[in-house]
Design a protein around this ligand. Structure first.
Ligand SMILES: NC(=O)C1=CN([C@@H]2O[C@H](COP(=O)(O)OP(=O)(O)OC[C@H]3O[C@@H](n4cnc5c(N)ncnc54)[C@H](OP(=O)(O)O)[C@@H]3O)[C@@H](O)[C@H]2O)C=CC1
Ligand SMILES: O=C(O)[C@@H]1CCC=N1
Length: 271
């Protein structure tokens, strides 16, 4: 049975564990969690998902088939140094850490199969938009099982490692941008008299409907936008404000800043 150890047990680890256990891809008895010090969080994960808390670090790490690295970039060096002595040569490392390169991980853990994944927190509902890259030590035969594992938490694209910076900016961070839009649209609607429940429900359904239309893939977003926008109508009035406030520039600046930060984090914690 495949044994998975999560080193780091915060928001992203929980979202992946939620997805994996919900889809029954891996039995919770085979999922182990450990972190730096927060015992309450480990107990919470055990209670909620039935996963195992690592008691014997050496045994758990030596027996692991897959180790997920799910700590913040600033904590990676310390965590990797403490893991290194216990790793089995065949263990596959799957890192979700933003910015930290396969080379940096290799420098601490030695030459071994390493994959980097950029998921997002929608993994909790099986809707992560994940991208994965790997080093040449991941055997061809292991690639599909890794993709299958990740598909249990959503969609998966295989990308070049260099592209993970922009992927992080777009889909890793992406849910936060959309939640920010949700907050702002909801507040604006409330200011104009709608109650919170209706405002939220209408906005969610609008996003869902627009997403479904985009997903059909037969009409470009620009054309879909045009179909909503009657000349001299309400949409045109609204869009004019978005353009006047240079929302397009804000979005370019947002993606640029996020992908730059991913590169900076990689450099800052390079070993
Ligand atoms: N949140 C998100 O939307 C996404 C996050 N990521 C990436 O996932 C990673 C984790 O992010 P997130 O879950 O949000 O962060 P959290 O702060 O929620 O969790 C970080 C976890 O790492 C643990 N940790 C810290 N130091 C060590 C150590 N030395 N050894 C073992 N565990 C340690 C912490 O333990 P303790 O609490 O005890 O200190 C905590 O459990 C980051 O690298 C981030 O870039 C990727 C995609 C999306
Ligand atoms: O904000 C971050 O750094 C992480 C990476 C992607 C989403 N959250």
């Amino acid at each position: 049975m495949t044994k998975i150890v999560f080193v780091g047990a915060g928001a992203m680890a929980e979202a992946i564990i939620h997805g994996l256990t919900k889809e029954k891809i891996i039995s919770p008895e085979s999922i182990y969690v450990t972190n730096k010090s927060d015992e309450n969080q480990l107990n919470y994960l055990k209670e909620r998902y039935n996963v195992q808390i690592v008691c014997d670090q050496k045994k758990a790490l030596t027996e692991a088939n897959i180790i997920f690295l799910a700590m913040k970039p600033k904590d990676a060096n310390e965590a990797l140094t403490s893991l290194a002595p216990y790793l089995n040569n065949n263990t596959t490392i799957i890192s979700v850490i933003a910015g930290i390169s396969i080379q940096t991980i290799t420098n601490s853990l030695g030459n071994r199969p390493i994959a980097r994944v950029m998921p997002n927190t929608s993994a909790a509902v099986g809707m992560s938009a994940s991208a994965v890259c790997w080093n040449e030590l991941i055997p061809e035969a292991s690639k599909l099982p890794i993709i299958n594992l990740l598909e249990s938490i959503g969609s998966v694209k295989v990308v070049a490692e260099e592209d993970l910076h922009v992927v992080t900016a777009l889909s890793g961070s992406g849910p936060a941008y959309l939640y920010y839009f949700a907050e702002q649209f909801e507040s604006a609607a409330i200011e104009h008299g709608l109650n919170k429940v209706d405002a939220r429900q209408l906005f969610i359904q609008t996003m869902e409907g627009a997403t479904q239309m985009l997903k059909k893939g037969d009409v470009e977003p620009e054309e879909l936008r045009r179909k909503v926008t009657s000349p001299g109508g309400t949409t045109e009035a609204g869009l004019e404000q978005l353009m006047e406030h240079k929302v397009n520039e804000a979005i370019f600046a947002c993606i640029n800043a996020a992908q730059n930060r991913s590169r900076e984090l990689g450099k800052l914690f390079e070993t």
